[in-house]
Write a protein that binds this ligand. Structure first.
Ligand code: HEM
Length: 437
């Protein structure tokens, strides 16, 4: 579909075969992000991994993230951190038993602490100033994400961008500065303490690169801020949204929830703590996660791109500079590829012939995108999302508040979130109180 957004030509892709041409056949031409004025202002000029144009700088950031943070070995070595955060979550929920819990918010907090831990060694409770800054960061993030999808005249008519008629760039810039304050504090604190204790975490790797990096691809303090910001944002909200949607579907279909709990009980039992290692045996839980990502893709239009040169797609000439939106939401609900596409049926992801991976090989199923800009955090999400969901289902039974109805309305933007947060009431199901400690 071709539309004009002000002076910009925009192509919306709703079919898997055309998506394949974008993600596979002409991958390099479509590997640049189409960055809006608001995103640029909030995310440090788009100098992080998510928004950087395809090129040396992006390649360097991607390599650092994969090599130092998100590959299988690093993640295996960090299991203790994930375990600690999940156990803390279970314990916190246990203290609120039989009361109403905002599930998305609870998972967000868990994932947020985990990311802080993975990126710079977390935030010790005694660091009051850091805690205050991070609380402010959370609030600002909730303000920034909706701002990114407000239609902006500056994007439609770039010649007007310098006037910022709606004041969106100004507001986003303020939020960007506030984000920067947090990371500046964390980096400066680390630099001050460098001699006292030599840490070996991701932040330390980044500081080392800043000091001794390659001249060809300079790595500055701004690069560190932009990268940490991207990873914290991309790694937090996405996982909490998937678990929230999965729990909404399961509360709607108690039989499926029971089946999932029976599977967990068979693999883990009622007298043990669920570990991440159990999750590879939880086929039904993994199918629920896959089906949730099909029906409720967290990034419904992935992240918009633009063409770096003219090319032919689906028999049409697409000029250089065209904005490209791949509509994963539509593709994953298309009855050409999916039976009963609007039904939540985890069973479609079970069975020996089921070959649905997350890396975007099959263009009918692209919740993490595809091609060279595919999500860099798949391995972490693959470990964390089933672990979080299974822990909620193993440790607790869940019901809705008296008189409330499940709501499936979606707020459609760069992120597909539930319009009304899911509130549910837990009750304990495990045999011994010690399993909640
Ligand atoms: C369920 C969880 C997640 C989902 C559904 C998800 C989805 C996505 C999608 C759709 C994209 C854009 C791909 C494209 O444009 O083709 C993306 C990019 C990205 N994601 Fe994720 N993501 C998740 C978790 C994570 C995690 C845990 C991290 C990091 C810790 C992360 C970091 C990133 C980054 C840095 C990019 C930009 C990659 C680049 O441009 O090279 N994501 N993600």
């Amino acid at each position: 579909m071709k539309i004009r957004l002000g002076t910009r030509l925009c192509i919306i892709i709703n079919s898997a075969s055309i998506a394949k041409q974008v993600h596979k056949d002409h991958d390099t031409i479509f590997a640049n992000r189409d960055i809006t004025a608001t995103a640029s202002a909030a995310f440090w000029g788009g100098t992080g991994l998510v928004l950087s144009p395809h090129g040396e700088h992006w390649r360097m950031l991607r390599k650092i993230c994969t090599r130092e943070l998100l590959n299988g070995c690093r993640l295996d070595a960090q299991y203790d951190h994930r375990r600690r955060e999940v156990r803390t979550m279970v314990n916190q929920i246990y203290t609120k038993i039989n009361t109403s819990i905002d599930i998305g918010d609870q998972i967000f907090q868990t994932k947020y602490n985990l990311m802080a831990d993975m990126l710079w060694g977390g935030m010790p409770e005694r660091e009051v100033e850091m805690k205050l800054l991070l609380d402010q960061f959370r609030k600002d993030l909730h303000k920034a994400l909706p701002l990114l999808i407000v239609p902006n005249i500056s994007d439609l008519f770039p010649i007007l961008a310098k006037f910022d008629i709606q004041g969106l760039a100004r507001r986003a810039n303020k939020l960007g500065m506030s984000f920067g304050k947090v990371f500046n504090f964390i980096i400066d604190q680390r630099l001050r303490r460098r001699d006292e204790e030599e840490k070996k975490d991701f932040l330390q790797v980044l500081i080392h690169l800043k000091d001794y990096g390659d001249e060809k691809t300079p790595f500055t303090k701004t690069t560190i801020i932009a990268l940490l910001l991207d990873l914290l944002v991309a790694g937090t909200k996405s996982s909490s949204a998937v678990v929230e949607w999965a729990m909404t579907e399961l509360l709607m279909k108690p039989k499926l929830m029971k089946k999932a709990q029976e599977e967990i009980d068979e693999v883990v039992g009622m007298n043990s703590v669920l570990e991440e290692g159990h999750c590879s045996k939880l086929n039904y839980i993994n199918a629920i996660v896959k089906e949730t990502l099909r029906l409720h893709p967290i990034a419904p239009i992935l992240i918009p791109k633009y063409t770096s040169k003219s090319c032919t797609i689906g028999g049409y000439n697409v000029p250089k500079g065209t904005k490209i939106i791949v509509n994963a939401w539509a593709i994953q609900r298309d009855s050409t590829y999916w039976n009963n596409p609007l039904e939540f049926q985890p069973e479609r992801f079970l069975g020996p012939d089921c070959e649905w991976g997350y890396n975007g090989e099959n263009q009918n199923y692209i919740p993490f995108g595809s091609g060279r800009r595919v999500c860099v955090g798949i391995s972490l999400a693959e470990r964390m999302v089933p672990y979080l969901l299974a822990s909620l289902l193993h440790s607790f039974n869940w019901k809705l508040q008296e008189g409330t109805q499940l709501d499936f309305s979606e707020t459609f933007g760069l992120e597909l979130t539930k319009t009304i947060p899911l509130i549910a009431i837990p009750s304990p199901r495990l045999s011994d109180q010690i399993l909640y400690s």
